[in-house]
Design a protein around this ligand. Structure first.
Ligand SMILES: *Cc1c(COP(=O)(O)O)cnc(C)c1O
Length: 223
């Protein structure tokens, strides 16, 4: 077993059965993904459309590719034919574009709504109030080619554990509100995507059922 495979196994063993792992492979070469694949991992996360397309073209077809980063509407068409889950829908306009491109591919693309809960203004995502307004407005219900499957967030970039915990609590509270108010008749709405290498322990305590872990498995990224 390689070091990478050992880190992958250690991570998987540490996760409760109810939590799924997205192995975040961005900026790492196809060979590293292949190592994780050979150890059984099938779900990988990427954050750049071009890089994702290149890796999709060269790696095994049964990999489930998640797009986890900020996605510009004009890039959706490149990944729409194959992407399994888009984590960070941060505008209604992006959701519309995903619906449009998914229709052209005759697919339904599962998506998560990204909630802005962090202290930094630079982060993307809907504020809880913006997200409420969009869901209440209801146009998303007419989109037959996207399936809103849950909520995603990134916590504040800080060592302050209380702040990180509070961010995840905000997201989990919003998830429960949304599930009761707008998704009660939509059983696909189940995913809580939060937790990365540095904060996934806290994320799981605060309701995550999908963690996105990169450097703890693949090592440091070289940009
Ligand atoms: C890079 C990235 C991750 C993984 O971060 P690590 O700290 O390497 O685990 C998770 N989520 C998103 C949105 C990312 O961009």
């Amino acid at each position: 077993m390689t070091d990478l495979q050992q880190r992958l196994n250690d991570t998987l063993h540490a996760l409760p059965d109810t939590v799924s792992l997205v192995a975040v492979s961005k900026f790492h070469p196809a060979e590293a993904i292949r190592e994780a694949y050979d150890a059984g991992q099938r779900v990988f996360g990427e954050s750049r459309a071009q890089e994702l397309v290149g890796k999709h073209d060269t790696l095994p077809a049964d990999i489930k590719w998640h797009f986890i980063g900020h996605l510009q509407p004009n890039k959706v068409k490149y990944i729409a034919p194959f992407v399994s889950l888009i984590h960070a829908v941060d505008t209604f306009r992006l959701l519309q574009e995903i619906d449009k491109q998914a229709r052209r591919c005759d697919r339904v693309i599962p998506c998560l709504l990204q909630l802005h809960v962090a202290a930094e203004e630079t982060k993307f995502g809907f504020t809880p109030q913006e997200c409420r307004e969009m869901l209440e407005e209801g146009d998303w219900r007419e989109m037959d080619h996207v399936e809103i499957a849950g909520i995603m967030c990134m916590a504040s970039n800080t060592d302050n554990e209380a702040r990180i915990r509070a961010d995840f609590q905000t997201a989990y509270q919003f998830y429960r509100e949304a599930k009761a108010k707008w998704f009660a008749d939509r059983p696909a709405f189940t995913l809580r995507s939060w937790g990365m290498s540095g904060d996934w322990h806290i994320a799981i305590e605060e309701g995550s059922n999908m963690v996105r872990i990169g450097s703890a498995i693949f090592g440091e990224r070289h940009y």
